[in-house]
Ligand binder design. Structure first.
Ligand SMILES: Nc1ncnc2c1ncn2[C@@H]1O[C@H](COP(=O)(O)OP(=O)(O)OP(=O)(O)O)[C@@H](O)[C@H]1O
Ligand SMILES: [Mg+2]
Length: 266
C-alpha cells in the first residue's frame, strides 16, 4: 500500500505523522519505504539528523536523472533501489530529501514528468508499505505523490481556518482521482494537536463528522514528547513506545489499514 500524507497547510504534522506511521509499519514487520518529497527535508532530518548530508543519491538526484535520461533503459526507474537507503529504524528505508528539489521544480513541471515517480515506485520490488511525505503546497512534487499513491491521509491541526481548507483538499484529491489516478482513495482525516480538555477541538471534530468527512480515530494529542523525539532523531514510537501518543500512532495505523480494507471490499 502506498500512502501520501497531504495538506497544503504548513505545520499540521505531515512529516511527524509520515515518519511515525512508517516506523509503526516497519515495526510490524512490513518492509517500508519513506519518500521525502519536501525540499525542507524535515522527515529526513527527523530520521537521520546530520548524517543525512552525507547520503547520496538523494531524491533530488532521482528527479534530476528523470530530466537527463530519455531512453527507458537508462531511466532511473530501471534501478530505483539505488535511491532507497537504510535508516536506524529496522525495516525502514528512506528516499532522502534534498533542498535542491526546488531548483528542479519548474523544469520537471514544464516537461510533464508527473507520472515518473509513480513509475519509479512501481519498478521498486519488495516494499509492503510506502509512505510519501509532501511539501505544504500543491506543486509538482505533491501532484506526483498523489498520482503515485493508493491512499491519501490528510492531517488536520484542529484549527478553524484549516477546517474550511479541508473541503478544498478533498476536492483536489477527487480531481486527481478523476484525471490522473483512479486508484486514489481518501483513507481519512488524521486529527493532530488534539487537546482532550479543550472544547473547541472537540467541537471542530464533531463538525467534520457531521459534514460527512472520514475522521480517523484515535486522535493524535499534542505532546512535548514529539519535539523531544525530533531532537534525538528517533520516531516517537521508537523513542517512547509506551507513551500515550506513541500508542495512538500504533492504533491509528491499525485504523488506517482497516479503513483501506473496507474501501477495497466496497
Ligand atoms: N502531536 C504533536 N504534538 C506536539 N507537537 C507536534 C505534534 N505534531 C507535530 N508537532 C510539531 O509541530 C511542528 C510541525 O510539525 P511537522 O513538521 O510534522 O508538520 P508539517 O505539516 O510536516 O510541516 P511543513 O508543512 O512545514 O512540512 C513541529 O515542530 C513538530 O514537532
Ligand atoms: Mg513537513
Amino acid at each position: 500500500m502506498r500512502y501520501v500524507i497531504f495538506n497544503r497547510k504548513g505545520g499540521v504534522g505531515k512529516s511527524t505523522i509520515a515518519v511515525n506511521l512508517a516506523a509503526v509499519a516497519a515495526g510490524r514487520g512490513e518492509r517500508t519505504l519513506l519518500v521525502d518529497l519536501d525540499p525542507q527535508a524535515n522527515a529526513t532530518q527527523y530520521l537521520l539528523g546530520r548524517d543525512a548530508a552525507a547520503i547520496t543519491p538523494t531524491i533530488g538526484t532521482l528527479f534530476d536523472e528523470m530530466l537527463s535520461f530519455r531512453l527507458l533503459g537508462n531511466a532511473p526507474s530501471s534501478t530505483p533501489e539505488r535511491f532507497a537507503h537504510p535508516t536506524p529504524v529496522n525495516g525502514l528505508d528512506l528516499m532522502v530529501g534534498d533542498g535542491g528539489l526546488m531548483d528542479l521544480h519548474d523544469k520537471l513541471s514544464s516537461r510533464h514528468k508527473i507520472y515518473k515517480l509513480r513509475d519509479t515506485l512501481a519498478a521498486l520490488d519488495g516494499y509492503d508499505t510506502v509512505v510519501l511525505d509532501t511539501p505544504p503546497a500543491l506543486n509538482f512534487f505533491t501532484t506526483s505523490a498523489l498520482i503515485a499513491a493508493d491512499t491519501c491521509l490528510i492531517p488536520f491541526d484542529c484549527d478553524d481556518f484549516s477546517r474550511r481548507a479541508l473541503y478544498q483538499l478533498m476536492g483536489t484529491v477527487r480531481e486527481m482521482r478523476d484525471d490522473h489516478n483512479p486508484r486514489l482513495d481518501v483513507g481519512g482525516v488524521i486529527i493532530n494537536f488534539f487537546q482532550e480538555r479543550a472544547r473547541l477541538p472537540q467541537q471542530l471534530v464533531e463538525e467534520l463528522r457531521a459534514e460527512g468527512l472520514p475522521v480517523l480515530e484515535p486522535f493524535l494529542t499534542q505532546s512535548v514528547k514529539v519535539r523531544e523525539s525530533h531532537q534525538v532523531h528517533q520516531p516517537l514510537v521508537q523513542m517512547a513506545p509506551r507513551h500515550k501518543l506513541a500508542e495512538r500512532f500504533v492504533a491509528l495505523y491499525g485504523a488506517i489499514q482497516e479503513a483501506c480494507d473496507l474501501e477495497a471490499a466496497s
